[in-house]
Design a protein around this ligand. Structure first.
Ligand SMILES: [Zn+2]
Ligand SMILES: [Zn+2]
Length: 293
């Protein structure tokens, strides 16, 4: 797994990084240093965007057959709003307010470093266990409730349920991933149908547009490649390929149509909020990041 640890100050980051990598040899850690609490909103946005780009580059470096999972450990509360607004639901994150005093004598640094390390260590263990569970859910083709495109499925209730899971410690305190999925299914008219000799999962939007899981074919796409490609922002690209830090099946998308077979007659929303009118056609492909094709 890849862990992006954000919010650690420069005076501690190097040592924490070296120690945590030595301890968890099976994982990779990215630890962009954070200049501190007085960062402007703009500064925070830049820091978090650069961090996302670094994460994406790290994923791209891996050999193709080795598909990464990832999560964020956030060490500074000023970064939480950005995580909530920009990183959900493609990434899972945990918040741990580590102690980073403003002034510390050189002799005091090792103690601070050890404190940060023990806080992060717990989160790493928790998140890596949890991502095993998420990846099982994400890879069940007919049960794609957790992968619904939030804008186009257009249900505040369902969008909230899905987004909550990005902050699992809060969301899963009283429930389980499986239960959240079943709750979404119950609220979205979920059922299965038999088509072309396979079982497809169907979710029904309030205007009766069906969101069908694509079955085995996935339209021939085999590679893990973001549907919108370079025209998309870094978060949109990540959301095209990942949900909750786990890889979607390559090419995974929903086939949208009406059960009557009539033309769609809908205005969908593209992944960058552009209107996507589908009037005369009977079918549209919508990816989990709301890319419409
Ligand atoms: Zn996009
Ligand atoms: Zn399709």
């Amino acid at each position: 797994m890849i862990f992006l640890v954000v919010g650690v100050r420069p005076e501690f980051a190097k040592r924490v990084h070296a120690k945590i990598e030595a301890e968890f040899r099976e994982h990779r850690f990215l630890m962009p240093t954070f200049s501190g609490k007085n960062e402007s909103v703009r500064g925070i946005e830049d820091y978090m965007r650069t961090s996302a780009v670094a994460l994406e580059a790290e994923i791209a470096q891996l050999p193709r057959q080795k598909i990464a999972r990832f999560a964020v450990v956030c060490c500074d509360s000023t970064l939480l709003t950005n995580l909530e607004n920009e990183w959900r639901p493609h990434t899972v994150y945990s918040f741990v307010p580590v102690r980073q005093p403003d002034r510390v004598a050189p002799a005091g640094i090792p103690m601070i470093v050890n404190g940060i390390l023990s806080d992060i260590r717990d989160k790493v263990r928790y998140l890596s266990r949890l991502l095993d569970e998420f990846s099982i859910e994400i890879s069940r083709p007919t049960k794609a409730a957790l992968c619904l495109p939030l804008r186009n499925f257009d249900s505040v209730e369902i969008s909230d349920l899905i987004k909550q899971l990005s902050e699992p410690e809060k969301a899963l305190a009283l429930t389980s991933i499986d239960q959240v999925r079943r709750e979404i299914e119950a609220r979205s008219g979920y059922h299965t149908i038999r088509e072309r000799g396979q079982n497809l999962g169907v979710f029904v939007r309030t205007d009766n547009v069906r969101f069908k899981t694509p079955g085995r074919e996935l339209h021939g796409q085999r590679r893990l490649e973001s549907p919108g490609g370079d025209s998309c922002s870094v978060h949109c690209r990540l959301a095209g390929v990942y949900r909750f830090g786990c890889p979607l099946m390559p090419g995974f998308h929903f086939d949208c149509d009406r059960s009557s077979g009539e033309p769609l007659k809908v205005e969908l929303v593209g992944c960058h909020n552009q209107p996507e009118k589908r009037w005369k056609v009977t079918h549209a492909n919508i990816f989990p990041n709301d890319y419409v094709r």
